[in-house]
Ligand binder design. Structure first.
Ligand SMILES: O=c1ccn([C@@H]2O[C@H](COP(=O)(O)O)[C@@H](O)[C@H]2O)c(=O)[nH]1
Length: 236
């Protein structure tokens, strides 16, 4: 089995195609992947995904679908037909929703799109869960949703890197753990709560690190990415 060297996914959280493509132009599609999220996709539509693919990038379409099973499944089909590398739903949409999405994906001819589920957003801490009626530690809820996601036949979950080690004890080794909330030691934390440095995340066993503002808002995004690469290169 070949080792995946492209462990960093750069979150292209920009308000227009021009800025997103200008950033992408500075990146090497052989060394990283890119993520298109709600802001960029809502502004630009599927054309931005196609533009990035034509530059050679594998795209994680991070739209976090959360709806009734039929609607979510059809949205996942649309993403797979766009040829994205990875797409996601919210695990809290439940087993029936996730199974419908997985079944629909299996019907897409020749697709090898990965389908993963968001557990608990990395911007949330225990007090946030309490406000929505969940009197539980984030780790416990993440474990519960990751187990449900695996039973529903998806390929992995989005979680915090802080949860990777405990999750590895309860899920299959090939179940993908995709971790946003990555912050180099000197970076602004912003609205993220459950964070980890790039090297600690890889050491803990994260498959993919999603990194946005520490790169995209840096004075020199390329120097920032190069520092992250240098931090990770002895580890991957
Ligand atoms: O739990 C989650 C799920 C998704 N995200 C997304 O990842 C990036 C992180 O960006 P930063 O600028 O590095 O904070 C962003 O696009 C989020 O939508 C997440 O942060 N947490």
């Amino acid at each position: 089995m070949s080792v995946d060297k492209k462990r960093v996914i750069v979150a292209l959280d920009y308000p227009d195609q021009q800025q997103a493509l200008a950033m992408a132009k500075q990146l090497d599609p052989q060394r990283c992947r890119v993520k298109v999220g709600k802001e960029l996709f809502t502004r630009c539509g599927p054309g931005i995904v196609e533009a990035l693919q034509s530059q050679g990038f594998e795209v994680f379409l991070d739209l976090k679908f959360h709806d009734i099973p039929n609607t979510t499944a059809k949205a996942v089909r649309a993403a797979a037909e766009l040829g994205v590398w990875m797409v996601n739903v919210h695990a809290s949409g439940g087993r029936k929703m996730m199974e419908a999405a997985r079944n629909e994906l299996e019907q897409v001819n020749g697709s090898n799109t990965l389908l993963i589920a968001v557990t608990i957003l990395t911007s949330m801490e225990r007090s946030d869960l309490q406000e929505i009626g969940l009197d539980i530690d984030p780790l416990e809820q993440v474990k519960r949703l990751a187990a449900l996601t695996e039973r529903s036949g998806l390929h992995g979950v989005v979680c915090s890197a802080q949860e990777v080690k405990p999750l590895r004890d309860i899920i299959a080794p090939d179940f993908k753990l995709v971790t946003p909330g990555i912050r180099p030691a000197d970076a602004d934390v912003g609205d993220q709560k459950r964070i980890m440095t790039p090297s600690d995340a890889i050491t803990a066993g994260s498959d993919y690190l999603v990194i946005g503002r520490p790169i995209t808002k840096a004075d020199s995004p390329i120097e920032s990415l190069a520092r992250i690469d240098a931090e990770l290169s002895p580890l991957i």
